[in-house]
Design a protein around this ligand. Structure first.
Ligand code: ISL
Length: 587
């Protein structure tokens, strides 16, 4: 038996639950914790190991819970602490684990710390956040004619610019002027999400205590929201890189003390527990990810592959074409980059991204096939896979017909800014982009069956249900032997059975095929051979000579009754096959 550097979180498959949209137990149109408890057997049967729960803490809900007003209490909308405890116990009884969302780059402006901080420059909480004086027009080199106070929501009589040129991820300046004290506070997201000042030791202490409190309650780890934004450079200099994801990102992404803070957090809190941590990183290189591993993080989320379809200008709020070459190269870079020296997370979906089958698959003619192919990729690359609710039934983007159907603060703010600047003009352009990119695509209610509102709620759902629910739903998937869900279950159990899915090294076979992506996963005593036709056309592929021959056909999305790998493979649209070889043949 080969010796692997084992860890439970390497062997686990995570299932992400966006509580607002998962299952509503009390008919108020918003999903809740008792609703999740009702579905625990569903998750168990699917075969996932860990639940990542998006924020359920006390919050005004401007960013659906990523604006936290109290880290230690549960938002009434979602239930009570007792409900949450029942959820944790229910998961543990079924041998599943729970990781919670840790949102500590910012709080809500309704958090007590901010209320106190805002009240006076002399408050002992002033330094919990980042306050600065504005710049005069002269200082910023801006003429009076160029200056429009409306851009900064300034009250009458105030003629100044924000302390620097940083932009918020949600559009517009990252600073808001506060009338109370005549200073500006920093918020890299919405103005109702002020950034905490991590330089202040008291802030760090308070956060570590809170983390400890949750771990003591028995949780199994944290997903750490935008954690590489927590360290801002001394003097808060203007952005220098005009290609940065938002203006200023070159200054505040992976700031000067970020590793010091993360390793301190690890030493002070995490290292006492057998916990899993995954750091969400707005932008991160392989080299930087390794450093976070050295700081004690289990893994990071990188988004390189989810940027391939950005347009040349306008970043996320423009549309570009991805190619198989780029997708394969990007993921291969991470596979190889962290080999033996770190651990990957794997994800194509989350609550911030459009649905993977609409983005990387063909959600019209080959919805099922392409959803299954993407599932194969997710569950056969090396790393910890993260599934997102609804992915197991091939849920797709929502056909938004009007902005009135959009709830997401990020979409609404960014659309407003793009319109103001003239970058988006016609209604069609706006809708086209929203349909493609909006985070709300992922946030429509989970589709359980074909009754009204897809069985998500007995009330009025907070977000419209995708009209395809009559066809795409869990009940229908259960009845159907060829369903996407069946396929996931199959792959998940194969993954449980064979170590090579988890620990095998990744070896790429197709460096430049324009439709096929083939690779092996290799351990000292086994090999998986995976072949994917990432296209809606049939295609032919000749595998490397040494994998040709007898092999067990483990999983595939078409009928392939073969006990061997032939020297030429005729692959149907979006065909995916996974073979298990008796012994490793690829070096
Ligand atoms: O860049 C994005 C998506 O590709 C942004 O939508 C997103 O805000 C960014 O990835 C950070 O996301 C996280 O922090 C935000 C919150 O709105 C997101 O839901 C969360 O996942 C602020 O807390």
């Amino acid at each position: 038996m080969p010796q692997f550097d084992r860890a439970w979180w390497k062997e686990a498959v995570v299932y992400q639950i966006y509580p607002r949209s998962f299952n509503d137990s009390n008919g108020d149109g918003v999903g809740d914790i008792p609703g999740i408890v009702e579905k625990l057997d569903y998750l168990d049967e699917l075969g996932v190991d860990v639940v990542w729960l998006n924020p359920v803490y006390e919050s005004p809900g401007v960013d659906n819970g990523y604006d936290i007003a109290d880290y230690r209490s549960i938002n009434e909308r979602y239930g009570t602490m007792a409900d949450w405890e029942e959820l944790l116990a229910g998961l543990h009884e079924r041998d599943m684990r729970l990781i919670m969302d840790l949102v500590v780059n910012h709080t809500s402006d309704e958090h007590e710390w901010f209320q106190r901080s805002r009240s006076s420059p002399d408050s002992e909480y002033r330094d919990y956040y980042i306050w600065r004086e504005g710049r005069s027009l002269g200082e910023a080199g801006v003429s009076a004619a160029e200056f429009d106070p409306a851009d900064y929501h300034l009250p009458e009589g105030v003629y100044e610019l924000p302390p620097n040129d940083w932009e918020s991820f949600f559009g517009g300046s990252a600073w808001t002027y506060d009338e109370e004290t005549g200073e500006w506070y920093l918020h890299l997201f919405d103005e109702k999400q002020p950034d905490l000042n991590w330089q202040n030791e008291k802030v760090r202490e308070a956060i570590y205590e809170m983390m400890e409190w949750w771990l003591q309650k028995g949780i199994d780890g944290f997903r750490m929201d935008v954690i590489n934004l927590i360290s801002k450079p001394e003097g808060l200099p203007n952005g220098e890189d005009s290609d940065a994801i938002v203006r200023g990102a070159d200054q505040f992404v992976n700031g000067p003390n970020v590793h010091e803070y993360i390793s301190e957090m690890h030493d002070r809190v995490i290292s006492d527990y057998d916990a899993m941590t995954v750091g969400e990183m707005a932008e991160v290189s392989v080299e930087e990810a390794k450093k976070f591993g050295e700081d004690g993080m289990s893994m990071v989320f990188n988004f390189d592959h989810l940027r391939l379809d950005f347009g040349p200008e306008g970043g996320r709020w423009s549309k570009g074409e991805w190619t198989l070459d780029e997708l394969r190269d990007t993921l291969t870079e991470w596979q190889k980059g962290l080999e033996g020296d770190g651990w990957n997370s794997l994800h194509f979906n989350n609550h911030d991204e459009p649905r993977m089958v609409s983005r990387f698959g063909n959600d019209e003619e080959y919805r099922r096939e392409s959803a299954k192919l993407l599932a194969t990729l997710l569950l056969t690359l090396k790393g910890t896979p993260f599934m997102y609710q609804g992915e197991e039934i091939g849920m797709q983007n929502y056909p938004f017909e009007s902005l009135t159907e959009v709830r997401d603060v990020d979409t609404l703010n960014n659309v407003r800014v793009a319109r103001q600047s003239g970058r988006l003009e016609s209604e069609e352009e706006v809708l086209d982009l929203v349909q493609y990119r909006s985070r709300d695509n992922a946030r429509t209610p989970m589709q359980w069956h074909d009754d009204e509102h897809a069985g998500f709620t007995e009330g009025d759902p907070w977000m419209p249900v995708n009209p395809n629910y009559t066809e795409v739903n869990v009940a229908a998937a259960r009845r159907d032997e060829r369903s996407v869900r069946r396929y996931y279950r199959h792959l998940l159990s194969a993954r449980d059975e064979h170590d090579v899915f988890v620990y095998g090294d990744y070896v790429l076979h197709t460096t430049d095929h324009d439709r096929v992506w083939a690779y092996s996963r290799v351990t000292p005593d086994a090999e998986l051979f995976v072949v994917l036709n990432v296209s809606s056309a049939t295609t032919t592929y000749a595998p490397p000579a040494n994998v040709v021959g007898e092999a067990e056909f483990l999983v595939g999305n078409y009928n392939t009754p073969l006990g061997r790998i032939n020297d030429t493979l005729d692959l149907r649209p979006w065909e995916a096959r996974v073979y298990l070889l008796d012994e490793p043949v690829t070096a």
